[in-house]
Design a protein around this ligand. Structure first.
Ligand SMILES: [Zn+2]
Length: 114
């Protein structure tokens, strides 16, 4: 790891501790602090919620689908055991999805989702 990169607060403290050269004057530091505080959001529940929603919207907008979602073959819509209709279900333990027979629990027919 480069010497100016720290992992964890203790390492960061050591990294800062060895720096003795003054880079900014007190006046400059106070100026930056004032500028940063001027831009800080008000720390209220409503403002935090709006901020998070805004970030989520931006994240969704940037999300790129890495590969086209494959079309589900028509055969997946019928149960391999009884020929009944299949519905998309979620495995509660793994979170994975699969096609399960709509007549569950009388029929336990299932298919993997494509
Ligand atoms: Zn079935």
């Amino acid at each position: 790891m480069p010497e100016n990169v720290a992992w964890g607060l203790q390492a960061l403290g050591r990294l800062i501790g060895v720096r003795k050269q003054l880079v900014l004057t007190d006046v400059q530091v106070n100026d930056y602090v004032r500028k940063l505080q001027g831009q800080a959001l008000e720390n209220t529940r409503v403002v935090r919620k709006e901020h998070v929603q805004s970030l989520e919207k931006k994240a969704v907008a940037k999300t790129i689908v890495p590969y086209p979602i494959r079309a589900v073959p028509a055969e997946s819509t019928s149960c391999p055991k009884c020929g009944g209709e299949m519905v998309k279900r979620t495995n509660r333990k793994t979170g994975g999805t699969f096609w399960g027979c709509s007549k569950f629990s009388k029929c336990r027919g299932a298919r993997k989702t494509a």
